[in-house]
Design a protein around this ligand. Structure first.
Ligand SMILES: [Zn+2]
Ligand SMILES: [Zn+2]
Length: 392
């Protein structure tokens, strides 16, 4: 088998593993082998490993494994932060090592040696900013301002106290069980950042995702321009057509050019495939979060709304079927009515279809206002700080 086919297989297997790991639990993959691979990577393999440790080391080994698991999954720790730094560092290093010799090239100016470094540096800066910034922790000093800033909607948030922090729980806050604190507008606890994503750092988090998407696209385009430049500089098309007498048509030339690129520049092509997969995932993640930000809903709230709406729908359905039953009993008691035309019955909307449940999100005040709230969080504004010094 040729080198190019080994590379294609390698790329496909990497793609399959990455997609299965990150998206395997999506409804679209339910019942497919991608879901099974996801289950194996996230649970099955670890389960077999646990059994193996128990078999070899007994209960002491199992206890040690459980304490490692507790440290890695249930407590704040920098392991995945280090993995992020390793991934971005290794990717940049392999690009620099394999491709910087071709810069400046036919299509790419020498300045890209420096701009690429700046782009990655900016990415790491956004990472540090999101990781080490205050996500909007609720404490006894600021709880009264938060309580007055976000009124309870009495639908998904009602007045209560956090049983762990022992302070009133403002509307739109959530207790993070990993960091053991209440955070306002909490989206989720991000293991990559080792920090919660909440009111004050959602802006950095969104900038981080968008910036990394752009870095991936920059990398793909720059590498493509380097390869196009090599084709031009080495006169590959000219050699193929003039020396080997191959017809000058796209259909005849494209497979040969691709084969040549896969043989001569396999590192660059593998990096481009990797960047393409990562950029797709980042684009999906960014779109999902943008949709939430535009409607002023946190990830946590979107789950709460889903639960609330499905419950409301069930209540309405139960009421409607009770009414339908009552009506049909009434009809039975009445004398025979003239039969309704078949067409009329066909076009009459089902009673269940009329059960519209509305999402009455009082925090959604138009997308411009919502964007402003993400960009300039309430607790960073002058009014909040003045209020704080007055009450403090
Ligand atoms: Zn709490
Ligand atoms: Zn947290």
């Amino acid at each position: 088998m040729g080198v190019q086919w080994l590379l294609v297989c390698h790329g496909l297997v990497t793609l399959l593993v990455v997609v299965s790991f990150l998206c395997g639990q999506w409804p679209i993959f339910q019942g497919t082998f991608i879901q099974r691979i996801h289950f194996f990577i996230t649970f099955g393999a670890y389960d077999y490993f646990g059994r193996f440790v128990h078999f070899v080391c007994g209960s002491r080994g199992t206890n040690a494994l459980l304490s490692v698991e507790n440290y890695c999954c249930d407590r704040p720790n920098p392991i995945i932060q280090l993995i992020y730094l390793l991934i971005i560092g290794a990717t940049y290093y392999s690009i620099a090592k394999s491709s910087f010799i071709y810069i400046p090239g036919y299509y790419l100016g020498g300045v890209h040696r420096y701009t690429s470094f700046l782009a990655v540096g900016m990415g790491i800066l956004l990472f540090l900013l999101t990781s080490f910034s205050d996500p909007g922790v609720v404490n006894s000093a600021n709880v009264s301002q938060y309580l007055s800033a976000y009124p309870y909607d009495n639908i998904i948030f009602s007045e209560k106290e956090c049983s762990t922090c022992k302070i009133p729980k403002p509307a739109r806050s959530k207790h993070c069980s990993i960091c053991n604190r209440c955070v306002l507008l909490m989206h989720h606890h991000c293991a990559w950042m080792n920090n919660c994503i909440g009111e004050r750092n959602t802006r950095y988090f969104m900038a981080f995702i968008l910036w990394h998407f752009l870095i991936c696209i920059y990398g793909i385009v720059a590498l493509a321009l380097i390869l196009a430049g090599r084709l031009k500089e080495l006169q590959v098309i000219h050699i193929l057509t003039a020396y080997y007498g191959i017809e000058k048509s796209f259909r005849k030339l494209a497979p040969l050019v691709v084969q040549w690129l896969l043989n001569a520049y396999n590192t660059q092509i593998l990096i481009m495939v990797f960047l393409a997969v990562v950029s797709l995932l980042l684009a999906g993640f960014f779109t999902y979060h943008t949709k939430l930000c535009l409607t002023n809903t946190t990830t946590n709230e979107s789950f709460k709304w889903r639960e609330h709406l499905s419950w409301q729908r069930k209540v309405k359905e139960a009421k409607a079927s009770a009414e339908a039953l009552k009506a049909s009993l009434g009809e039975l008691n009445q004398e025979r009515k003239p039969q309704e035309s078949k067409w009329k019955t066909f076009f009459r909307r089902s009673r269940l279809e009329e059960l519209d449940v509305v999402k009455n999100n009082i925090y959604d005040r138009g997308f411009l206002h919502n964007i402003y709230e993400v960009a300039v969080p309430f607790s960073t504004r002058r009014s909040f700080l003045l209020n704080k010094s007055k009450s403090g």
